[in-house]
Design a protein around this ligand. Structure first.
Ligand code: GLU
Length: 480
């Protein structure tokens, strides 16, 4: 059997991280099993569609490196892959279902349904359609359709017994039919609902394995009734637990949680995000933490999936990202870091390449770069207390002494390079009777205004250049 999986997003906006994880697992499952990965756009709920969202889905999957074998923009034998482009195909299947007793036409007006809904609410019950139209004779149905009366087609769920299905992760899931509603399969506008289209399309596209969020776990028994009514074999289901932000709340854009796109924009690396997302609910059952997409394709398995919800820990993602930053070649890092550095520093004035060398080991996320280097563009305000450092044995008084002594040395440096600065200052320190730290710590503070910087005094002095370094030194001395 050829494994065929699909990712079936609705174009309602950005690709959220839970969606990305579903796409990733679905992709990995197909790749691991030598199968096909299909993209299908589920856009039959036109009211929820957001313009541009389909293009965003293509772009996000491409950015994630999840290439699909079939899909709207790549074609395939089972197309079209956009449900609204398949619109005429669903009605005949619904009609077939009516003939088989699994569905029926319903002409109930909105008013009648609203009334019934209000009544149910008053009685504290969940609304369920009362099968009012189930018993219309075929002749009456025909007459009303021909007269142009609007109608929907509803699933005819048995009133008794149980409906169930087998999930690879959750085992046998069963519900009482009495709890199920006769959902609409074909809407008054002729389009199918998700409930119907996903079943028809999974069947027609020969999908063998369906992975999706657990929010569909409770509807799946109902879908199984449809498969049974058609006499089709259902796919193997693997529902995936939700991704939580913390112990109490789901990850959600509404609360400002980032989408995949947001993370990329912030300067998280694709490979770090994918690695981190892969481990949100799947475990290799070893201590191993680092996986490339290629490696995941070779080892991903359903046995490693976890049934309990996983927590999206931003700090952990940041940790992964920092590790991936360090793994980049310098050239790769420089390429990525340059635009972030150029946001605050004029490339014509600063040696950004040297700065990137200093940054690579300490950059956790690219968007933190401007904050780390802004002091080069503009001297921050600082308090003289910053000169106090126990280990370095410095305080404002010693700083004043050290800076006054080192000033003429710097003024005399001919070769304004890190090495030139280093050699001149280090040769001079013994003459002052001070320890290295008692000169270098104050110098760094005096020209950067910060206790923590990428690089030390010589690197900063080199990056700032002679004029700016001496200017900063002067004004810091005046404050002492
Ligand atoms: N269109 C559904 C969604 O975006 C897909 C559910 C499924 O994979 O069956 O949630």
């Amino acid at each position: 059997m050829q494994v065929r999986t699909r990712f079936a997003p609705s174009p309602t906006g950005y690709l959220h991280l839970g969606g990305l994880r579903t796409a990733l697992y679905t992709y990995l499952f197909a790749r691991r099993n030598g199968g096909k990965f299909i993209l299908r756009i589920e856009d039959t709920d036109q009211e929820r569609e957001v313009p541009g969202a389909v293009e965003k889905i293509y772009a996000s999957l491409a950015a994630a490196g999840l290439s699909y074998d079939e899909g709207p923009d790549v074609g395939g034998e089972y197309g079209p892959y956009i449900q609204t482009q398949r619109r005429d195909l669903y009605l005949p299947y619904a009609q077939e279902l009516v003939r088989r007793g699994g569905a029926y036409y319903c002409f109930c007006t909105k008013e009648r349904l609203d009334e019934a809904r209000a009544q149910a609410e008053k009685e504290g019950k969940t609304f369920k359609y009362d099968k009012h139209c189930l018993h219309l004779s075929p002749e009456e149905v025909k007459r009303r359709i021909e007269a142009g009366e609007p109608y929907v087609i509803r699933q005819n769920v048995p009133t008794e017994g149980k409906a169930g299905f087998d999930d690879l992760l959750y085992g046998h899931v069963e519900v009482d039919c009495s709890t199920l509603d006769d959902n609409v399969l074909i809407k008054a506008d002729g389009l199918p609902t998700y409930n119907f289209a996903n079943v028809v399309d999974d069947h027609l596209m020969a999908i063998t394995h369906v992975m999706r969020g657990t929010e569909y776990l409770s509807s799946a028994p109902k879908y199984n009734l449809l498969y049974e009514a058609f006499g089709w074999t259902p796919p193997t289901y693997i529902h995936l637990p939700v991704v939580m932000r913390d112990a109490t709340r789901k990850l959600s854009k509404r609360y400002g949680d980032p989408s995949f796109e947001d993370l990329l924009d912030m300067g998280y690396l694709r490979d770090a995000i994918i690695n981190f997302i892969a481990l949100l609910g799947w475990s290799p059952r070893s201590e191993r933490e680092f996986f490339t997409l290629k490696e995941l394709e070779e080892c991903f398995d359903v046995e490693g999936l976890n049934k309990s919800p996983s927590i999206f820990d931003m700090d952990k993602l940041t940790w992964f990202n920092a590790e991936y930053m360090r793994k980049l070649s310098f050239e790769e890092f420089y390429e990525l870091a340059r635009p972030w550095m150029a946001k605050v520093l004029d490339p014509a004035r600063f040696d950004l390449k040297r700065l990137a060398e200093l940054l690579q080991a300490r950059t956790e996320v690219l968007n933190r770069i401007p904050g780390m280097i802004g002091f080069l563009a503009e001297m921050p305000e600082f308090d003289n207390d910053l000169y106090t450092h126990k280990k370095m044995k410095t305080n404002p008084e010693i700083a004043k002494q050290a800076l006054e002594a080192v000033k003429p040395v710097l003024e005399g440096v001919k070769d304004w390079t890190e090495q030139g600065l280093h050699d001149a200052v280090m040769a001079f320190i013994p003459e002052t009777g001070l320890k290295n730290g008692q000169v270098l710590w104050p110098l760094r503070i005096a020209i950067s205004g910060l206790a923590s910087t990428p690089g030390g005094a010589f690197e900063i002095a080199y990056l700032l250049g002679r004029e700016e370094t001496l200017r900063r030194l002067d004004s810091s001395l005046k404050k002492l």
